[in-house]
Design a protein around this ligand. Sequence first.
Ligand code: TYM
Length: 412
Amino acid sequence: MSGEIINKLENVTINDKADKGDVDDDFVDPWTVVSKSETGIDYDKLIKKFGSSKIDQELLDRFEKVTGKKVHHFLRRGIVFSHRDMHSILNQVEAGKPFYLYTGRGPSSHSMHIGHLVPFILCKWLQDVFNVPLVIQMTDDEKFMWKDLKMEEAQKMTMENVKDIIAIGFDVEKTFIFSDLTYIGQCPEFYQNMVKIQKCVTFNQVKGIFGFDDSSVIGKVAFPSVQATPALSTSFPHIFKGKKVPCLIPCAIDQDPYFRMTRDVTPRLGFKKPALLHSTFFPALQGAQTKMSASDSNTTIYLNDTPKQLKNKVNKHAFSGGQSTVEEHRRVGGNCDVDIAYQYLTFFLEDDDRLEQIRKDYTSGALLTGELKKILIDTLTPIVTRHQERRAKITDEVLKQFMTPRKLAFDV
Ligand code: TYM
């Protein structure tokens, strides 16, 4: 991984690095996330570098006022930490006007990992709270282009990943999931929007944003326009009937470069800029220096891992912030800021009081590393097992329902 990073940095100019999120010791782009710090990416610096806005208490209060609901623990705990134009979406809701959600997945493995749940769980919560439609783009074209994959393999992974996504609990009446390799050929309006976007962005601009160079295949160079297109509601005539409806995109912050480009283009095509909600990265088992990645099984807990695999991975690989002997741990205490078991609990243990007690006990040394890992295993195992049970019930018929272009339960 670090070799890959060094090569990337050598191939870009100083300005490119600034654009690509190279914040001191941190590097974030859609393909690579690394930090030299044990505590991971410095998200405050990243906000400054990317030019997004921090989610502050005022925004959280407004969320609660507009929805009448307590905000999701991802928002309360700063896991969803940054936004672009979220206030304009809340203005829209207050005015009784519609918006829609757009998110996506690049299918690079047969199973998604637990970190991928984060933006999708957020989407489900937003869909339920705001009662809005959601479009989910499966970028099998992207993975075909970037990975050593046959097209059929990319398409097969799409179907497997769509099952994982449906199992999160989306409402079929309000959710449209599409594969780029299939849908774009069926929908002239989507392709027309893509071409309009392509006409607005130069090679120089995508080189600056994504680090492409003269040897990049042209499919990669054009791909950002594919990921931008679902942010235009007219790309889905069966849902929005040609109307311009504002869009909100939940994603982890690695995807922001695509949407900085998109936000530059949409006003020129007569659309509002899409709003964004950015989440932090669910870290790799080995530590917060990098994100969990589906392509590296040692760093990753997959949604199809067995309880035994999950337990072994946590016990064997999860980086510990504890001390090397029990005596020393009791005396000095553990460091929650770097401890992966604790970090994972902040994502998946919903009970705020219990989490705070665990933090205090681990920090004081009252709770040992093995005990903390056991709490994590006991928290994650039912989440993963229940996910697998729901996934097993998803038939080809259900897949087809979600993936058929159709009217959703939504009035424009
Ligand atoms: P992909 O498949 O890399 O990731 C899917 C979604 O998961 C987020 N993500 C993570 N979140 C938390 N912790 C992690 N370790 C982690 N790894 C990935 C990603 O930010 C993303 O939200 N090109 C995209 C697919 C895409 C997309 C979109 C994503 C197409 N349109 C619109 C978001 C919004 C991709 O390959 O995502």
